[in-house]
Structures are given as C-alpha cells and as structure tokens.
Design a binder for this molecule. Structure first.
Ligand code: 5RP
Length: 230
C-alpha cells in the first residue's frame, strides 16, 4: 500500500480499527467517501490475505460498489435482512455521535443501509468532531428534481440558508437522480426537531442528519485513534 501522510494516514488508521470488527460470514454495509474507501480497501486486503471469508458487501453508492468489486468483495443489493455491521465516514460528529453525512452525496443510500445495520461504526479524522451539528458543515438535503425551486422556497421558509449543490453548469445529481440542497443551520440547532420538520416537507426525500444511529466512532488524530462510544 502507498505511504500516506497527514490526514490521509489518520483516516486509514481509523478505517483499519473499524474493519478489525468485521468477522467472516458477515454482511457489511460499505460506506462512501474518502475515509470509507480505506475501509473497503482494508476489507479487500483481509479477504485476499485469507483473514476473512464469506463476506458480503452492500454498497451505499455506485462508486463504493465499483471499488468493492475491484478489491474482491462480493456485492449484493440491499434487501430486508439486517446487516451485521456498517462502516462509514461522516462530515460532523457531535458528542452523542449524532452525525451530519452526505457531503459526498450518498446520504439516501447510506441511511437506508446503515439503519439496517446491527452495528453502525463511524470512521473519521479529528476535524469532524463538533460540539453541535451544523457548526462547520451544512446539512445536505436530497430533494426531488421535479419542482425543486418550489421545494427550495419551502426550505427557505423554514429559515434555512444555503444553496442548491451545483459544482458546474448543472446541479449535482445523486445516484438516485435527485438534487441536493446544502442547508446552513442556525446555531444552536435542534437537529431532531428540524429533521422531523424536513421529513414532513413536500419535495424533501432525505436529510443528512443521522441521529441516534451510530454505535461508536473511531476518530484519528496525531495522538492516535480515539474510540468514542454512544
Ligand atoms: C458521503 C458521506 C461521507 O461519509 C462523508 O461525506 C465523509 O466523507 P470523507 O470521509 O470523504 O470526509 O456522507 O455521502
């Protein structure tokens, strides 16, 4: 494996700690993003080394599906059976392990997958720790393309700032064919109340709030990997 430095090395360290929880025969939710990528690679490495057998992966994005197959993880679609474990990154982690996710755009498939996991393990570097959600990152909100300007009006009427995600000439399109509105959160933010309100807002498909879902987080810093348990 290539030598990594700085934050990248920390992210891989956190991923390796989480993948140590994976055992042969497990059905594993595979996250999305630059930290989850290290976890997928580590599962592939352990499979190739014969440390793991009979692993089935459920990918939370097209990109993770492709990577998982490349490193030799058999991938199946999500079905109603529980997953033994899911491992994924996060954009913000509060002291109770509530999360903001979805800056990588995979929030809907991530939430569908991770809610079915008996154990949802978060991996990150220390820059993702916050005292309250919304402190550093916007919350991504996946919205339907049809009528998206009307949906954005409804979001603004809730007092949310922010903007439609548009990295180029066209809006960003999720794997599900939807758009994302990156909402700036008022501080302090009552995430649970806002999540309920958003889920009742026409045109909103899913939010990047992952509240009460994570069991533990492996967070890497220069002092090593800290384990945070809910
Ligand atoms: C993708 C996600 C990612 O897990 C999140 O954005 C963190 O990514 P990274 O590990 O690259 O910082 O939620 O939808």
């Amino acid at each position: 494996m290539p030598e990594l430095v700085g934050l990248e090395a920390l992210k891989r360290e956190a991923a390796v700690r989480a993948v140590a929880l994976v055992e042969s025969g497990m059905r594993v939710g595979l996250g999305t993003g630059s930290t989850a990528k290290y976890a997928i690679e580590e599962i592939g490495r352990r499979l190739a080394a014969g440390e793991l057998t009979r692993i089935v992966g459920v990918a939370t994005s097209e990109a993770s599906d492709v990577l998982a197959r490349q490193v030799g993880i058999p991938v199946e679609p999500l079905d109603p059976r529980p997953l033994d474990i899911a491992i994924d990154g996060a954009d913000e982690i509060d002291p109770d392990l509530n999360l903001i996710k979805g800056l990588g755009g995979a929030l809907l498939r991530e939430k569908l997958t991770e809610v079915q996991a008996r154990r949802f393990i978060v991996i990150a570097d220390h820059t993702k720790l916050v005292s309250g959600l919304g402190e550093k990152a916007p919350v991504p909100i996946e919205i339907a393309r049809f009528g998206f300007l009307s949906t954005i009006e409804r979001l603004r009427a809730l007092g949310l700032g922010g903007r439609l995600r548009q990295p180029g000439a066209q809006p960003y399109l999720t794997d599900n064919g939807n758009y994302i509105f990156d909402a700036a959160l008022p501080q302090p933010c009552d995430a649970l109340t806002l999540e309920r309100t958003l889920k009742g807002t026409l045109g909103v498909i899913e939010t990047g709030f992952f509240l009460g879902m994570a069991e533990r987080a492996f967070v890497a810093s220069m002092e090593g990997v800290q384990e945070h348990v809910r």
